[in-house]
Design a protein around this ligand. Structure first.
Ligand SMILES: *Cc1c(COP(=O)(O)O)cnc(C)c1O
Length: 404
């Protein structure tokens, strides 16, 4: 079992007061808080080894390059990628998905099909729509049921030799549904389609094994697993990364440049144009180490208890309805209260120190499906406690009385 008080002491922000009340941070789905070791790693880079990477012969440049490349190897080990050069640093999930959709612009033909799930974040919808506009490919949607689970029988029917790409999140940010991605990847491969997994909401809760999954691409953001903002990873199978053209042109991604012709650098540099977020990339490695030290089994155990307790306690509130009741789900509770706009609840409980997300959670199609403007979303991390859930429930009840 986790020593929660010890864990909480790793996160300086958690001792803060907000609006005069102890902070209860339940917006982990939007971004997680950062442990002191991650904050220190950023400061240490600027204080001790700040220099540009892969360029200088001087000592600091080598130290910075070594630290950055060591971080890449940590992440390679963490996700079990076959090669370090299959692990590309990005600015986040959104960047990673756009790098892939841009690459597919030179591969797809009119009439080719892209399957996207009904549970996606806008980041994993809009770039594919833009790709369809560019190429004449067609976007098809894998539907879900009222529990917020994708319907596999419908997925099977949508797959055909026209399917070139399947894109789906590992875990839904809006509802917490854990999708059957292994099944979906295997089925897609039977028709020769490539699969991108949006792992933004999965990496805070589990350790993905990209070789076991056999996905072609796996993307995530650093800031949702206790790492810095402006960092992320695009994992791609070597053969795909070699096939796709680079996303951005510039320094670092070239082998030779002349005005007549430029040749591109080898992986991973081909996809890493320009000076990256060096401090952030290094600190992302520190975040991954931190999460592994806490241990994903411990994280899952704590979050499972919070989910069960939170669900049970919130359901004691009259008129409260939970959206997202999948059998397999993570520690996210999206809910509404009869006759009250989610924004009003969010505003009142913020005054009581409680941070939740309200709105469509960048997933308007899901809100349209349920015919609601949005939800209140409480998303728990391993450093949250049952006492904090009690505070949430009391605050929601208070808001309900005030608004009734
Ligand atoms: C947060 C999130 C994204 C976007 O991540 P950014 O860090 O904003 O690029 C994409 N997909 C899912 C499922 C997310 O939760």
């Amino acid at each position: 079992m986790l020593d929660i008080q010890k864990i909480r002491a790793d996160f300086p922000i958690l001792t803060q007061k907000v609006n005069g009340k102890p902070l209860v941070y339940f917006d982990n789905g939007a971004t997680t808080q950062k442990p002191q070791v991650v904050i220190d790693a950023i400061a240490k880079y600027y204080q001790e080894i700040n220099a540009n990477i892969h360029r200088g012969v001087h000592t600091l440049s080598q130290l910075a390059t070594d630290a950055y490349e060591e971080s890449r190897k940590k992440i390679q080990n963490h996700i079990n990628a076959k090669f370090a050069h299959e692990v590309l640093f990005t600015s986040g999930t959104t960047h990673g998905i756009n790098a892939v959709t841009n690459g597919f612009a030179s591969i797809l033909k009119p009439g080719d099909e892209i399957l996207v799930s009904a549970l996606e974040h806008h980041s994993n919808i809009v770039p594919w729509q833009m790709l369809c506009e560019r190429t004449g490919a067609i976007l098809r949607v894998i539907p879900m049921n009222t529990d917020g689970e994708l319907i596999m029988a419908e997925y099977d029917k949508l797959l055909s030799d026209k399917t070139k790409v399947v894109t789906v999140n590992h875990i839904s940010n809006a509802l917490g549904t854990i999708n059957p991605v292994k099944y979906m990847i295997d089925k897609a491969h039977e028709v020769g389609a490539a699969v991108l997994i949006d792992g933004a909401q999965a990496v805070p809760h589990l350790k993905p094994d990209v070789q076991e999954l056999d996905c072609d691409f796996y993307v995530f953001s650093g800031h949702k697993l206790c790492g810095p903002t402006g960092t992320g990873i695009l994992y791609g199978k070597e053969e795909w990364l070699n096939k796709l053209p680079p996303y951005q042109g510039g320094g670092e991604m070239i082998k030779e440049v002349s005005f007549e012709k430029t040749t591109y650098a080898e992986l991973p540099h081909k996809f890493e144009a320009g000076t990256p977020n060096i401090a952030g990339g290094i600190a992302l490695g520190t975040a991954v180490d931190y999460m592994n030290e806490v241990g994903f089994e411990n994280i899952q155990q704590q979050e499972k208890e919070l989910l069960e307790y939170g669900t049970q306690q919130l359901l004691t509130i009259e008129g409260l309805k939970i959206y997202g009741t999948a059998k397999e789900k993570t520690s996210v509770i999206s809910f509404n209260i009869d006759g009250i706009h989610p924004y009003d609840i969010g505003t009142i409980i913020d005054k009581l120190g409680i941070a939740v997300r309200t709105g469509h959670h960048c997933a308007q199609p899901i809100m349209n499906f349920f015919e609601i403007p949005g939800t209140i979303r409480a998303s728990f991390a391993f450093y949250n406690t049952k006492e904090e859930i009690d505070s949430l429930v009391a605050a929601v009840k208070r808001a309900q009385n005030m608004l009734a």
